[in-house]
Ligand binder design. Sequence first.
Ligand code: FE2
Ligand code: FE2
Length: 198
Amino acid sequence: MTDADGPDAALDLDRRTGWPDDLRLLIARYPREVWPTHPNLGELSKFWLGRHDMFRELNGALLSASDQLKAGTVPAEAFRQWFLPRIRFFLQQLEGHHMIEDHEYFPLLTRTEPRLARGFDILENDHEAIHAGLLALQEAGGGLARALTGPPDRIGFAAEAMSDTLSGFLTRLHRHLDDEEDLIIPILLDRGEMALGG
Ligand SMILES: [Fe+2]
Ligand SMILES: [Fe+2]
């Protein structure tokens, strides 16, 4: 855990723009360009990167649908049927993904590469910040679901609240996923997937 006002405050999810030099130890040796063809990029890494891409795409698609509702270019009922199950899926899957990382992957990887331990503390801290964002999304989702069955003038306000919440969430999620990949994939390329028991 990092203290919001402690020495790592500059590396807070909302403030950092990537990893500082001491946490770029392995990404400097294994830049993104070498990942796709590296022999140590195994099935587990590809699956995990695929999950991240799914979260990025789904967040983007939810935002774009919410923007369409806000602009009045999609019928409310069609939106409701498309949007509500997908945001529920997004919230559940992301929550589960973070739990596996916090309880299984991060401790294993910290033991594998203790020099990057501070990075995993920061990522765990990100999960707490993102969890607060998930609760805000859940609340906005509840407000939107109620508005969709009420008078039409309420829909625009609820859609605007949802778009704002999703947009802020997307920015933070991208930062987190990019940095997480930059920390973890180089460890797996360096040591092989045995580092995760894969
Ligand atoms: Fe994560
Ligand atoms: Fe992740």
